[in-house]
Design a protein around this ligand. Structure first.
Ligand SMILES: [Fe+2]
Ligand SMILES: [Fe+2]
Length: 170
């Protein structure tokens, strides 16, 4: 007969929150794919390369959360996710939207960490915080890229140079 009353590593509410996070990462994967395709169609090769890499990275994030749950023998049920927005205005607008998307992810990770900390589960909160740290790096990289666009303005030749520089980042 068990006597220690060991707390579970993942409560039902943490599993649900992780599933929502997986949904967000999967939606981001599709959104980056759609943006990559828009850049392919317009021969922005550098951005295409970078956006494809981001799409792969979002899948990697989704897998990390999924493996964390299944590694503890919990089942995962995946919500449907958002369909990607396939509209295209121009390159700077696209990267601004990418920045907003990454900010949204950072905010939801922060909420997730706070929720788990409030439940007193410091082990899992620490794991989420590691992920959040990486997320902040992604935001810093996007701010650098947005600054390049800011300097380029609307000049098509300057935009192509920025596109080239973005390609070298991935
Ligand atoms: Fe992500
Ligand atoms: Fe990301």
């Amino acid at each position: 007969m068990p006597v220690l009353n060991v707390p579970p590593l993942l409560s039902a509410s943490i599993v649900t929150a992780f599933e929502a996070q997986i949904e967000q990462e999967m939606s981001a994967m599709l959104q980056y794919r759609a943006w990559a395709n828009a850049c392919r169609a317009r021969a922005y090769r550098g951005s295409l390369k970078w956006l494809k890499a981001q799409s792969r990275e979002e899948l990697h994030h989704a897998n990390k959360f999924q493996h964390f749950i299944t590694g503890l023998n919990e089942d995962v049920s995946l919500p449907p996710g958002d369909a990607p927005d396939e509209s295209f205005t121009d390159l700077p607008t696209l990267f601004r939207a990418a920045y907003d998307l990454e900010t949204e992810q950072a905010v939801s990770l922060q909420k997730l960490s706070a929720q788990i900390t409030a439940e007193g589960n410091l082990i899992v909160a620490e794991w989420v915080d590691q992920h959040l740290k990486h997320q902040r790096k992604e935001l810093t990289e996007l701010i650098t890229i947005l600054n390049w666009f800011d300097h380029a303005g609307n000049d098509e030749a300057a935009l192509e140079m920025v596109d080239h520089k973005i390609g070298k980042k991935s």
